[in-house]
Design a protein around this ligand. Structure first.
Ligand code: GDP
Ligand code: MG
Length: 439
């Protein structure tokens, strides 16, 4: 969020005793940081007041680690501000469930319509029908149809001459006939909130009585997003917000204020342009991210389910005495793979997003598959002792894995380098230990 906030958090974190002065100092930084992040000033004022009250209260003063307790309060309050617990998507008693997507032009409605449909099918086993009710923007219908064919999902459209209200109604009819359990209606946007747009959306709403009206908001638009959310909510009584472009260089202020100002939860977050890049919104994780702790919770969650402790210990000792083999490597890779796409994992590491190089590096999951194929083509003996490797073995392995010999060579080299590094690391560790004893 801001370096200064991170500094003051660092400062207070280890404190065994927190004075009112400390709290004052920190809440000042929190206040500035939030304002800097485009959070609505009224929201900030309330927020800081609550933090201050709680921080000088008994729960902190009587705790063993007051510094950390204060951080926790800040995080709790941030989480609360963004909506407490994460939300779910409605399921209507009468099929189909009707979802209406609204928002300004360029916010990401059409893209998110596709993403949401994808998510509903993948995670909830639903069969959505998409409806193209944006008849104004050139190629908007085609855009949705393209998404539909990418997803292999039907799209209801009636061309650009039809009335959006009628399109929405017909789409619901088609869904009933064809037994789709969801209809997601993509609607038109404007550059600014205006009466025409709202009137049309209102008529669609009256005609199909949606179970969800999702406002799609571009997280990059900062403070403006809050005003937009406020007017859409006033006019349409939205049921939730989908925040897009959170993968961008946004300060997250929009996420913070929208819930506080409208009272409507942020349900999903768009993390990229691809169709699988929509995630349930986790207020708690967002709070950590904002506080610069990285998305440690997500990472820990994932790691805990995937890596069992004993394995981790074994591995550590192997690393220490450099008896790490390709067998272990393969096992490690399985685990990392189970944790999810590599670039996502890297992004969750605190500070990783600041590291040059890592920022834009794309971690190719295909590469993992290739490496895995190569290791799997080795015999067990070779995996345990790569020094056996000669030209004909390499050739055999390359062939078996469907990769080139130079790729096999590269992997062998990387592996050797890695082992060297492990050895060095354990050596410096060892030296330190010895250094304690005076000869
Ligand atoms: P609409 O006018 O509201 O229908 O907006 P579109 O769905 O056409 O999206 C506008 C642009 O934003 C497109 O270029 C999308 O690829 C892009 N976009 C949408 N969602 C995201 C997201 O979560 N992350 C990023 N990086 N781009 C997005
Ligand atoms: Mg659109």
């Amino acid at each position: 969020l801001s370096d200064r906030l991170q500094q003051s958090i660092k400062k207070i974190k280890g404190k065994g005793k927190v004075s009112e002065q400390d709290v004052k100092e920190m809440s000042r930084e929190v206040r500035l940081a939030l304002l800097e992040a485009d959070v609505n000033f009224k929201v900030v004022k309330d927020f800081v007041k609550r933090i201050r009250e709680r921080s000088v209260g008994e729960e902190v003063m009587s705790s063993l680690t007051p510094g950390q307790q204060v951080i926790k309060i800040v995080k709790d309050e941030l989480t609360e501000l963004m909506g407490g617990n994460e939300s779910k998507i409605a399921v209507s008693k009468r099929s189909p469930t009707v979802v209406m997507m609204v928002g300004l032009q360029g916010a990401g409605k059409t893209t998110t319509t596709g993403k949401l449909a994808n998510l509903l099918r993948k995670s909830y086993n639903r069969q959505p029908l998409l409806a193209a009710a944006d008849v104004y923007r050139p190629a908007a219908i085609q855009q949705l149809e393209t998404l539909g064919s990418q997803l292999d999902m039907p799209v209801h459209s009636q061309g650009t001459e039809a009335d959006p209200v009628d399109i929405a109604k017909q789409a619901v009819e088609q869904a009933k006939e064809e037994h789709h359990d969801y209809v997601i209606i993509d609607t038109a946007g404007r550059l600014h909130v205006d009466g025409d747009l709202m009137g049309e959306l209102q008529r669609i709403k009256d005609a199909v009585e949606p179970d969800e009206i999702f406002l799609v908001v571009d997280a990059m638009t900062g403070q403006d997003a809050v005003n937009v959310a406020e007017s859409f909510d006033e006019q349409l009584d939205i049921t939730g917000v989908l925040l897009t472009k959170l993968d961008g260089d946004t300060r997250g202020g929009a996420a913070l204020s929208i819930k506080a100002v409208t009272g409507k939860p942020i349900k999903f977050a768009g993390m990229g342009e691809k169709l699988d890049q929509l995630e349930p919104f986790h207020p708690e994780r967002m709070a950590s991210r904002i506080l610069g702790m990285g998305d440690m919770l997500s990472l820990i969650d994932k790691a805990q389910t995937q890596v069992d402790e004993k394995q981790a210990k074994d591995l550590e000792s192997k690393m220490r005495n450099a008896s790490f083999t390709f067998e272990d490597f393969l096992e490690q890779m399985e685990q990392v793979k189970n944790m999810g796409p590599l670039d996502e994992i890297v992004n969750m590491i605190p500070g990783a997003n600041k590291m040059k190089g890592l920022q834009n590096a794309s971690f190719d999951d295909k590469q993992i598959v290739h490496v895995e194929a190569i290791i799997q083509s080795m015999t067990k003996k070779e995996r345990l002792d790569p020094s056996l490797m000669n030209a004909s073995r390499k050739k055999r392995i390359a062939k078996g894995a469907g990769r080139s010999v130079s790729e096999v060579n590269r992997l062998l080299k990387q592996f050797e380098d890695m082992k060297k590094m492990m050895k060095q690391m354990s050596n410096t560790k060892g030296k330190k230990g010895k250094g304690m004893k005076f000869p």
